[in-house]
Write a protein that binds this ligand. Structure first.
Ligand code: SF4
Length: 248
């Protein structure tokens, strides 16, 4: 029985990888809006969510989704450590764009009480902190879905240069409609659609996460260099499991 389950898992992984590769090939030269529309209304109908940090670039995908399906589940990983400006910006964007299905996900209180009773995990074990507050809540919610949309882009960091349009992690598909976008593309979209900027962008934060783990960066530096600055950590783990994620 175990062997049969392993064979079926292998088959699912292979078929998923082939489907992701085929979609990536076909979608590579489509506009981000067309990729999103096809993902939401053709490929993953009722089975896809958008994960948003409500950070510096987030308004782009949120605006596009509001034009296609405003009731799409929009997941916000509420770590209880966000800048208050991010929370305000989240609420402002949701109201302004008419998004009707915001899902705030938090750490399991029992797990948090055991693992982070002193509230210092972000400093002592940041990978475990991200796992507790981001990876596990997202994994639990995504049990009910087959795909999610992410705003990652190839230009953002060395770890993202070969980001495909569609990935398959073994359980879920991930769609990256903005993979080919540059910083100039994002800027132009904000201007063309009169979207408000995250208030911290003007204060030197081109990438915004928890206040405990995000610093401003100097002009010309890698946009994500202010995240977990001074440590080797570069990703929270929801995209590349580094602690306990299951590779969604
Ligand atoms: S970014 Fe920092 S505070 Fe936020 S969940 Fe990760 S380690 Fe914890």
């Amino acid at each position: 029985m175990t062997i049969l389950i392993d064979i079926l898992k292998d088959q699912k992984r292979t078929l998923g990888a082939l489907r992701a590769e085929a979609l990536s090939d076909v979608w590579e030269h489509l506009t981000a809006q067309d990729i999103l529309r096809k993902a939401i209304t053709e490929q993953f109908i009722g089975d896809i969510t958008l994960s948003s940090s409500f950070g510096a670039d987030s308004a782009v995908l949120l605006h596009m989704v509001s034009q296609i399906e405003p009731n799409l589940p929009v997941i916000f990983l509420d770590t209880d450590r966000h800048f208050f400006q991010t929370i305000q910006y989240r609420d402002e964007l949701v109201a302004r764009l008419g998004l009707t299905n915001l899902v705030n996900l938090k750490a399991d209180p029992a797990e948090a009480a055991v693992e982070d009773d002193k509230n210092t995990l972000w400093r002592t074990q940041p990978n475990q902190c991200c796992d507790l507050r981001k990876v596990r809540p997202l994994n639990r919610f995504m049990e009910g879905f087959g795909a999610w949309i992410s705003g990652r882009k190839r230009h953002q960091s060395a770890t993202r240069t070969s980001l495909p349009i569609v990935e398959f992690g073994g359980k879920h598909f991930k769609v990256n409609p903005l993979a080919t976008w540059t910083a100039a593309d994002v800027e132009a979209y904000f201007v063309n659609h009169d979207l408000p900027a995250h208030p911290l962008v003007d204060q030197g934060f081109p990438s915004i996460g928890c206040f405990t783990c995000t610093k401003p960066v100097a002009a010309g530096e890698d946009a994500r260099s202010g995240r977990w600055a001074g440590t080797e950590k570069v990703e929270c783990g929801i995209h590349n499991p580094i602690y306990g994620g299951d590779g969604i």
